[in-house]
Design a protein around this ligand. Structure first.
Ligand SMILES: [Zn+2]
Length: 435
């Protein structure tokens, strides 16, 4: 399969020859020490962090247990701007590693960060092109960012200084061959959105169409119910409606049999959300309905579509790449007024970690989305700020483009996350007191 030249806009890849056997996914090396996983933990949420010495301020690289200047053990992970100078470059034409061997030539460089350390980094195609065009181009200013590679481990990449790191949208920056290996850009890919009836599901469909998705299969469980907005998304040329009821194992199996071998990205937007705690309602019917979609629905979907995606992870420029779960910030700590819903999302969160572990060996990224209250009918009584469906959808597309693992859209989610990180027990007490 031909790949776009560096710096040029990606052209739509040719259809795969169905007779050719799909290759097995070879992952980049992924062993890391526990301390080195700090870079990965930050990159999973879209940040570039290095350790900074609390005693002398020295920035550390590679990650270590004690400061390389003063031997202090007080090292804190801090976000880095990444500004630096590219000193030298090299291009790999040979590699003993299977992952790189299949992707040669590969461009590497040596960058001295303004903050201190010197790093070996992967080069974005535009940086490699500048450096290769003329020796006189070096040294030049670059911006280093952290991304997850196909094995889910952090790698460092030098981006051009002008324009910075690729943002959502127009730029051909995201089309870079090396970057596309690291991220899960929906452009030219085939996506299944499991529920197109909800406001969030519809917004996700619109955002995917805007992002250049090739085909968007949209699940609908109850085709006889007409809902506002549904006609608009079904009119989009990329959209094909498919029957999908996550409460029904046979429905999931049938759809997987039909499109499982073609889906590149699964986005599970299906959820049931009622607003009850324990004492406000008798019986378990409502809680079961929530569990049946939010937890068992994910399980049914993962059992049927998971193996299909894993089998197509090495399928060239439009390989299967990602699985997205719409969870909730209530998955981290129970919000008593939405108590049973919180519990179902906590269960789904736990299951998603299992799914992530099982998908990782194939290089399929599992992205968990933890929004605060969404501006929909089930959160009518919640005070603002609420996440609009469009903002949520844009956050999901951005997460795919950036290749992050965990995303917390909206002010409420960000604030909860902060409080949960600071002290989960304190947050539990605050939520119990209605704060
Ligand atoms: Zn120090």
């Amino acid at each position: 399969m031909s790949m776009p030249a560096f710096g040029s806009m990606m052209v739509k890849p040719k259809r795969k020859n169905p007779v050719l056997r799909t290759r097995q996914m070879n992952l980049p090396p992924w062993g890391r020490s526990r301390v080195a996983l700090g870079i990965t933990a930050a990159a999973a949420e879209g940040r570039f962090e290095l350790q900074v010495c609390r005693d002398c301020g020295a920035v550390q690289y590679p990650p270590r247990e004690a400061c390389h200047v003063c031997l202090s053990s007080w090292l804190d992970w801090r976000e880095q701007k990444g500004a630096g100078t590219l000193l030298a470059t090299t291009t790999l034409h040979h590699s003993n590693d299977l992952f790189f061997r299949e992707r040669l030539p590969w461009h590497l460089g040596l960058v001295k960060l303004d903050a201190g350390p010197t790093l070996m980094v992967h080069l974005h195609g535009e940086v490699a092109a500048i450096a290769n065009a003329s020796n006189a181009a070096l040294p030049c200013k670059v911006v280093v960012g952290a991304r997850l590679d196909r094995a889910g481990q952090a790698v460092l990449i030098a981006f051009p200084e002008q324009g910075g790191q690729p943002e959502q949208g127009e730029s051909s920056m995201a089309d870079d061959k090396m970057l596309r290996e690291m991220t899960c850009d929906p452009k030219f890919r085939k996506v299944l959105v499991t529920d197109g009836k909800s406001a969030a599901g519809q917004a996700v469909v619109r955002a995917l169409a805007k992002a250049g998705a090739d085909i968007i299969w949209v699940g609908h469980a109850e085709p006889w119910i007409k809902l506002p907005g549904f006609d608009d998304i079904t009119a989009l040329p990329q959209v094909t409606l498919v029957p999908l009821d996550l409460t029904n194992g046979r429905s999931v199996t049938e759809l997987a049999g039909e499109i499982g071998g073609k889906v590149d990205i699964v986005i599970n937007t299906a959820e049931v959300h009622r607003t009850f705690g324990i004492g406000a309602r008798r019986g378990t019917d409502v809680a079961r309905a929530e569990m049946d979609i939010n937890y068992f629905g994910l399980l049914r979907l993962a059992q049927e579509f998971g193996p299909a995606l894993k089998g197509r992870a090495a399928d060239g420029a439009t390989s299967a790449v990602a699985w997205v779960n719409l969870l909730s910030i209530y998955a981290l700590a129970n919000f008593p007024p939405h108590g049973t819903f919180s519990a179902s999302k906590a269960a789904a969160y736990s299951l998603s970690q299992c799914l992530r572990a099982e998908m990782r060996p194939a290089g399929i990224r599992v992205i968990n989305v933890f929004p605060g209250p969404i501006d929909d009918e089930w959160n009518q009584n919640m005070p603002p700020p609420k996440v609009t469906p469009d903002a949520l959808a844009n956050a999901i597309v951005k997460a795919l483009r950036d290749g992050v693992e965990d995303v917390y859209p909206g002010d409420v989610a960000q604030e909860w996350l902060e409080r949960w990180r600071d002290n989960p027990k304190v947050l539990e007490r605050e939520l119990a007191a209605g704060q």
